[in-house]
Design a protein around this ligand. Structure first.
Ligand SMILES: Nc1ncnc2c1ncn2[C@@H]1O[C@H](COP(=O)(O)OS(=O)(=O)O)[C@@H](OP(=O)(O)O)[C@H]1O
Length: 312
């Protein structure tokens, strides 16, 4: 039985009510040159975040919007519960729903003060680029899981999400969205720039990179590798439980409890290659060229297996 994420559901409810009374051009604001949703982020929170004190045993998940952060966050929540000898899903684990919204940059400026009282290990999720994260995360060597997904599916997922949730500007056509996606007009910035910024950190020993596609391809091996990286021993039975609970079908089924009425928006298709239903040939070539210019030859670029997932 899944516990409702009351903080999250309450936050989104409030944000949607606020967004409904805003003009489309008010939905995003710019902070240090990057756009963010006005209803869930604020300059005050960003300012407060700068002096956030990370702990060495914090568990941090970094991923651009729509790269599968809700999915990996569920896997990490269960792994942490197991490390604390709790049964996943049945007891309040890390960041118990009533306690704190795990998305680091989302919420009020006082949340970091409240987070000082949370027991270790704290789970945090972020869509931020590394240069906008608090310095203490890197100084204190907190372990991070960096989640990346092929850019054509990220764009596709982001398009449907933008039109499904009032917090983000909606688009009349996919073509309009694609133009904005390629010209840095997205909340949390340009994905290809995100990848090249994170690539500068890809060799750090406290950062493990994983792709959406590899978790999809072999969930058991991925969960095992993540658990090993965070130093969490797992029995075969526990491994199977985490894999089963994090399957797209299970998460979608539980989504009315975990994500309220927005469940269907957060858990849409959960697959690979849906981009083929939206991209035309010209758009596909434009993305191929931009990928080549920004990231193709780098460590993260190679890890994405672009030719396999983004060509033909
Ligand atoms: N369990 C599981 N398995 C496979 N795929 C999953 C799973 N859970 C979520 N998803 C898919 O991840 C996409 C949403 O990404 P995020 O969770 O990062 O979105 S958000 O930015 O935090 O709103 C979104 O992708 P699309 O379906 O392609 O839109 C979700 O459906």
């Amino acid at each position: 039985m899944e516990k409702p994420r009351k903080t999250f559901i309450g936050l989104v409810d409030k944000a949607i009510a606020a967004a409904n009374s805003m003009r489309p051009d008010e939905l995003l604001f710019s902070y240090k040159g990057i756009l963010y949703p006005t209803t869930v982020c604020s300059p005050e929170t960003f300012k407060a975040l700068e002096s956030f004190e990370a702990r060495r045993d914090d568990v941090i998940l970094a991923g651009y919007p729509k790269s599968g952060t809700n999915w990996l966050s569920q896997i990490l929540t269960d792994l942490i519960a197991i490390s604390q000898k709790k049964t996943p899903g049945s007891e309040s684990g890390v960041n118990a729903e009533e306690e704190e919204e795990p998305y680091l940059e989302i919420g009020d400026a006082e949340k970091y003060e409240r987070m000082t009282k949370l027991p270790s290990p704290r789970l945090m999720v972020t869509h931020l680029r590394p240069e906008n994260l608090p310095k203490s995360i890197f100084q204190n060597k907190a372990k991070m899981l960096l989640l990346i997904r092929n850019p054509k599916d990220v764009a596709t997922s982001y398009y449907h999400f933008s039109n499904g949730l009032a917090l983000l500007p909606s688009y009349e056509t996919w073509d309009d969205f694609f133009t904005d996606f390629m010209t840095k007009k997205m909340a949390w910035g340009c994905y290809l720039e995100y990848l090249s910024e994170w690539n500068k950190y890809a060799d750090k020993e406290n950062i493990m990179t994983i792709t959406y596609e590899e978790v999809k391809e072999n969930p058991a091996l991925s969960v095992k590798n993540i658990a090993t990286f965070f130093g969490i021993p797992l029995t075969e039975e526990q491994l199977q439980l985490v894999v089963e609970r994090s399957s797209f079908q299970s998460m979608k089924k539980n989504s009315d409890k975990t994500h309220g009425s927005f469940g269907n928006i957060f858990f849409r298709k959960g697959g690979v290659s849906d981009w083929k239903n939206l991209f035309n040939e010209d758009q596909s070539k434009r993305m191929d060229k931009a990928f080549e210019e920004h990231i193709a030859g780098t460590k993260l670029g190679k890890k994405l297996k672009y030719d396999l997932y983004c060509k033909a």
